[in-house]
Design a protein around this ligand. Structure first.
Ligand code: GLN
Ligand code: ZN
Length: 761
């Protein structure tokens, strides 16, 4: 009989209990015992949810106090000396917890591990930091303890272990060498780990190898069979499942099905087409775990359609060779849609969070096993999905009609940059090396309190507006005093650069409890795009014109770009992302032209997420970059040639997407540069970047005020590499999270540096 399996459950808790308790621990108002108790309660609750639904493969070790990759480093004894010399992380004693959090967050004198995105998700993991001669040792034994903890509650679990090739692929070596060379060093620790899990009573083990959906090096390909022969032996009789997710196996299919494991998990949401190929390639002894409900998105599954698709595969494989599962760990979806009591009733029936995903898997499994009761639930889900797709709130004929009429001209500014630039320069009258910021200014406790009181209904709309006006006025005044050339309104009315637009556009909704872990205790609540996107009314004109009216200097309108809005939202799965992005672009296009009509000479459209949207496989990059740049251009190309379009990106490595960045054809781009120093400048100069550019001259991620020498040096380097004529002077990113004193001092330093550089010419 097919059985239900799960790959991981969100650990943060229905009410983000883990977040609050961890933060209390950091503040010193809770202690290790209370934290451990809460963690155990959450685990027990989550195991119970799965056991109650008849799951026969229930994960353990999917829990973490901060991050599962950090846990893996600790379990393997891969603790960099700056922590290992101070904390004993090998045995999980009282001080180990502080060492663990020091690795995650740094301590006053030790920097944290680096953090980066987990594949193409918005979850961030702590990058294992390995020495070229790294030694590993199975340590902590936390994971085996959790297997015992679950059995004591009567739940047999399948512990989750990040597999060695994926672990090494995600790690970095302090000498920049190839991490796969450390395979032989790490395998004994893995063998001891698996063996201990089996000793603790595990009869099944899940080895996560999402690296198998990436482009692999020859060394990585060769590592797989070598590693898995040994892990297979270490796991003794336990059922070993190799889990792949976030994409299809493609050219790694024969590698994956050839490994000596009992079960292979495949992601049939990201790559539904691979089902037939995987079924055909699977040898006799290999069972499949079919990941069919979406672990990355929140739309209810059409279980009737899934049943129809899976039944032949189950018949072909034989019922004993099938597990039904979510596509990946449910870490990436919120916990429980029934907690979101504020959702409107219709929308609520379209959604499925982690708890509902468990129900879906369980129903589907029962239906495949011929359970007649499950049939009714199948039909229900099909009806809900059909109602969703046919809803007049989803299909907006005016949007479809407009989309159908978009031509290539919509993506073109009409005149090339070389002809636009003199018109813009004449209109703006800016000095050489103009100074500006990225847009936001410190969101002080006062501003945040003010917004929160308005949300709670404690201050009325008029009072709210007056408060924001005061903040905006003071901000514009301050920018004038500091001598900036191009001002911004400050973004005091925005909590978040995507949520703000999500609240103003039709086709979006926001949830009250749709929290997803982003890193550590940090959670995000992505807006939900459920239908065609319509701009009901202007979204930013009021604040932009208010601020522009306060000054004689040019002030720029401030928008979030279509790709970034898409990347940081839950998106529709009934149409390609390229289409959804284009709809957002059309709404933004109207906003951009309205800003122009309101008299703003500059509009900035931020695209910090353009690069992170890159597909996992190189072969898919060009197609993505084509529609992404296309959407940006549609958004900004409705304006006159003398209106200046800015964009902003906050990452430094983009040598590999430089062509796309040039293709955006923004008049001015500001980007992060100060942390990476010269590299960005080299790349821009090698690419002969044609338009204007503002490489950030100070790192806003640190509260430290840069010295005049530092800013002079960065600016000097930028002038040397790119020439002064097309250069702007600005910080790395928005100033929202900073305090006013350091911001004022830093801007003063920056403006003085620009003046010195002008004088020197
Ligand atoms: N305009 C935004 C700000 O200044 C840009 C933020 C970002 O790049 N992430 O806050
Ligand atoms: Zn930024």
């Amino acid at each position: 009989m097919p059985i239900s399996g799960n790959l991981g459950f969100p650990r943060i808790g229905r009410d983000r209990e883990l977040k609050w308790e961890v933060e209390r621990y950091w503040q010193g108002v809770s202690d290790a015992t209370r934290l451990a108790d809460l963690a155990a309660t959450l685990r027990a609750t989550h195991w119970r949810l799965q056991a109650d639904r008849g799951f026969e493969r229930i994960p353990s070790n999917d829990f973490s106090l901060y991050d599962q990759v950090l846990d893996t480093s600790v379990t393997l004894g891969a603790v960099p000396p700056r922590f290992g010399d101070r904390f004993d992380l090998a045995t999980w004693d009282a001080d180990a917890l502080d060492g663990y959090f020091a690795m995650a967050r740094g301590a006053h004198d030790v920097p944290a591990l680096e953090m980066t995105k987990w594949f193409d998700t918005n979850y961030h993991y702590l990058v294992p930091e390995l020495a070229p001669d790294q030694e590993f040792a199975y340590s902590s034994r936390q994971d085996a303890a959790m297997v015992r903890e679950a059995s004591a509650l009567g739940v047999a679990t399948r512990p989750v272990v990040i597999g060695p090739i994926t672990f090494l692929r995600l790690a970095k070596r302090t000498d920049e060498g190839d991490t796969i060379e450390l395979l032989d060093a790490v395998l004994p620790a893995y063998e001891a780990w698996l063996s201990d899990l089996v000793t603790a009573g595990a009869t099944a083990i899940q080895l996560d190898e999402p690296a198998l959906v990436l482009d692999l090096s020859e060394a990585e390909k060769a590592a797989y069979p070598r590693a898995y022969e040994r892990l297979r032996a270490a796991a003794r009789g336990a059922e070993v499942m190799l889990a792949t997710y976030f994409g299809g196996l493609r050219d790694n299919l024969s590698l994956a099905v050839g490994l000596p494991v009992d079960v292979l998990h495949v992601d049939l949401v990201r790559d539904p087409e691979q089902l037939d190929a995987v079924v055909a390639a699977a040898p006799e002894g290999l069972a499949l775990s079919l990941g069919v409900v979406d672990g990355r998105n929140i739309w209810r599954a059409d279980l009737t359609a899934l049943h129809r698709r899976l039944a032949p595969a189950v018949a072909h494989l034989g019922a004993d060779r099938v597990q039904i599962a979510p596509s990946c760990s449910l870490l990436h979806v919120p916990v429980d849609v029934t907690r979101d009591t504020g959702l409107d009733a219709e929308l609520a029936t379209w959604l499925s969070f982690a708890v509902q995903r468990l129900d879906e898997v369980s129903v589907l499994t029962r239906a495949l096993n011929g359970d007649a009761d499950a049939q009714a639930a199948l039909a229900d889900s099909a009806m809900a999905v059909a109602a969703h797709h046919a809803s007049p709130r989803v299909l907006r004929p005016e949007v479809q009609d407009r989309l159908a009429h978009v031509t290539a001209e919509w993506g073109s500014r009409g005149l090339p940059y070389a002809e636009r630039a003199p018109l813009q320069h004449e209109r703006l009258g800016l000095p050489l090396l103009p100074t500006t910021t990225i847009g936001s200014f410190p969101q002080t406790a006062d501003v945040r309190r003010h917004r929160a009181s308005f949300r709670r209904g404690e201050v009325d709309a008029a009072e709210y507006r007056a408060g924001l006006q005061a903040a905006t006025r003071a901000c514009v005044r301050k920018q004038e005093e500091l001598g900036l050339d191009v001002l911004a309104h400050g973004e005091f009315e925005r909590t978040d650069m995507v949520e703000f637009f999500g609240e103003k556009l039709d086709g979006f909704t926001t949830t009250s409890h749709g929290w997803v872990q982003s890193y550590g205790s940090r959670c995000v609540k992505p807006p939900v795009i459920f239908g065609d996107i319509v701009r009901r009314e202007p979204m930013t004109i009021d604040w932009a014109s208010y601020a522009a009216g306060l000054t004689d200097r040019p002030l720029k309108g401030m928008l979030t770009g279509p790709v970034t809005i898409l990347q940081w939202s839950f998106v529709r799965s009934d149409q390609p992302e390229s289409v959804t992005t284009r709809q957002i672009a059309l709404a933004l296009r109207d906003e951009v032209t309205d800003l122009e009509a309101a008299g703003l000479p500059i509009v900035q459209v931020d695209e910090p997420a353009l690069r992170e949207g890159l597909p996992l496989r190189r072969a898919d990059w060009d197609a993505y970059l084509a529609w992404a740049t296309d959407a940006f251009r549609i958004a900004v190309s409705g304006v006159r040639p003398d209106t200046q379009i800015h964009t902003h990106m906050c990452y430094a490595e983009f040598g590999d997407v430089m062509d796309a960045i040039i293709a955006l054809d923004a008049d001015v781009i500001s980007m992060e540069a100060s942390r990476s120093g010269m590299q960005l400048l080299d790349e821009l100069s090698a690419a002969q970047y044609p338009n204007e550019v503002g490489p950030g001259v100070w790192d806003i991620h640190s509260p430290r005020v840069p010295t005049a020498e530092e800013v002079d040096r960065l600016l000097g380097a930028a002038i040397a590499a790119l020439g002064a004529a097309k250069l702007w002077v600005n910080p790395d990113c928005g100033l929202k999270t900073r305090g006013w004193p350091e911001v004022e001092a830093s801007i003063e330093t920056m403006v003085a540096a620009a003046e010195r550089a002008r004088d020197a010419r």
